[in-house]
Design a protein around this ligand. Structure first.
Ligand code: DSN
Length: 457
């Protein structure tokens, strides 16, 4: 029998080894689970052919997904680089350190923790590390565009802590005088600055001044605007807030996951003598999490490296200009846009007053035509969140497709045509002419295929 020796490991190029690994995996999936294989394929097609304007997502770079789907998933690695509770972490340590170094560089931070499973978990880390149960916290109301993890009653943050909320003024803007008044009234130990449906710039210095006045920590959750912050297109909170959290899958085009970042506050001594950095380090592990998702950290490392690579700043610029163009086009067509425009990737439109339909009906009618948005409450909304009077558009997906302003004009045209033709039969049901639905879906499909996201075929 002829024995063919394996090539020595070092002689096989990493790319060839990975290609063989993933090709075998696809073959295995095809043979062993065709149902799942089809779903994976169908999802690629769905994403290729629909226009995702959901502001809280973006198409991850395929290389980030590859890293996330890597053999790092097989490693249990409690602890931190150089201080693990398990063997087999030689490469894990290197990939986590790479992600940390890149996060520090990207955000101008002094400390980064790349292990949080999500930004919500990162927020729990901050609260649980710095506060005692029932301590007062103050964040933007969920209904005004805050986040579940900022003290919503249905979330652990609102159950464990005594949560108070600030809202938006009638103009749709944060009223810093109201934030100050609420802070004076409730004396929160933590103020949370961070939004999910807010189209304007956040004034970190104003938040910090209020926090200092009442003796609160300031947490900036920049999940929605992390890319703009990295690119210098939104002011950075890194040296204003005590702690900054973010996810990595919105404007960083990375895997789903979270980060905890510290700027000048990293060496701040807390009661008890530990620094804020030490407190966050033990707050992630072992206080909140066990073993990290190392494959996700590998994906984060990729995404965090890509922000200093070619094209990232241009993409962020495009995010802003496309959103501004969309807002302007909608306003020109008579749509009521909250705050009149946008400074970031978000455009919130009042579809109830503009088209006489609820947010849920607008969302569903647009989805039938291949345009994906989400219903969103607006200031003074009489409808609950599941119905809402507005929709939220986001430009992360259009920027990834390298849309230009002519494309945005077409998007505004078809959105307005569809919403004008949508006839409500109740707050949650509607009729849409079939001819319009089919024509628009075909137009959207053609537009999306003409401008695919790099790597998504
Ligand atoms: N916070 C939710 C959103 O903005 O849609 C999910 O990230």
């Amino acid at each position: 029998m002829t024995h063919v020796a394996d090539p020595p490991l070092a002689a096989t190029r990493p790319a060839a080894r990975l290609s063989a690994f993933y090709a075998d995996a696809v073959g295995d999936l095809e043979a062993s689970d065709p149902a799942l294989l089809h779903l994976l394929g169908d999802e690629l097609v769905r994403q290729r052919d629909t226009l995702a304007l959901v502001a809280s997502c973006s198409p991850a770079r395929p290389a980030a997904l590859l890293a996330e789907g890597s053999a790092f998933a097989n490693v249990t690695a409690e602890g931190y680089p150089g201080r693990r509770f398990h063997a087999g972490c030689v490469n894990v340590d290197k990939v986590e350190q790479l992600a940390i170094d890149r996060a520090v560089l990207a955000f101008g931070a002094r400390y980064a923790n790349v292990q949080p499973h999500s930004a919500s978990t990162a927020n729990q880390v901050v609260m649980t590390s710095l506060l005692e149960p029932h301590d007062p916290i103050l964040g933007l109301d969920l209904d005004a565009g805050g986040h579940l993890s900022h003290g919503a009653p249905v979330n652990v943050s609102g159950r464990v802590f005594t949560a108070y909320g600030y809202g938006l003024g009638p103009d749709g803007l944060i009223d810093y005088d109201e934030v100050r008044a609420k802070a004076r009234a409730h004396r929160p130990r933590l103020i949370i600055a961070g939004t999910t449906a807010y189209p304007r710039v956040l004034d970190w210095a104003a938040f910090r001044e209020i926090a200092d006045e009442v003796g609160a920590y300031l947490l900036a959750d920049i999940s929605h605007i992390a890319g703009l912050v990295v690119a210098g297109l939104h002011p950075s909170p890194i040296d204003h807030a005590h702690v900054v959290t973010t996810c990595t899958h919105k404007q960083l085009y990375g895997p789903r996951g979270g980060l905890v970042l510290l700027g000048e506050s990293a060496d701040l001594r807390l009661p008890g003598g530990r620094t804020l950095a030490q407190t966050m380090q033990s707050g992630v592990f072992p206080l909140m999490q066990g073993a990290p998702i190392v494959n996700s950290i590998a994906g984060k490392a990729y995404a965090l490296g890509a922000v200093t690579g070619p094209g990232f700043t241009e993409t962020m610029g495009r995010i802003r200009s496309l959103a501004a163009a969309l807002a302007a086009e909608l306003v020109t067509r008579g749509v009521r846009v909250i705050s009149g425009g946008t400074d970031n990737h978000i455009v919130v439109a009042d579809v109830l007053s503009s088209f006489g339909i609820t947010g849920i009906n607008a969302e569903k009618a647009l989805e039938e035509c291949g345009v994906l948005v989400n219903k969103n409450r607006i200031v003074g909304d009489a409808h609950p969140a599941q119905v809402a009077s507005g929709v939220r558009f986001g430009s992360n997906g259009m920027a990834a497709r390298e849309f230009d302003t002519d494309d945005v004009t077409r998007v505004a045209d078809l959105v307005v045509e569809v919403l004008t033709a949508t006839r409500a039969t109740s707050n949650t049901t509607y009729e849409l002419p079939a001819e319009l639905r089919e024509r628009t879906a075909a137009l959207v499909r053609e537009m999306c295929r003409r401008r695919p996201v790099a790597g998504y075929r």
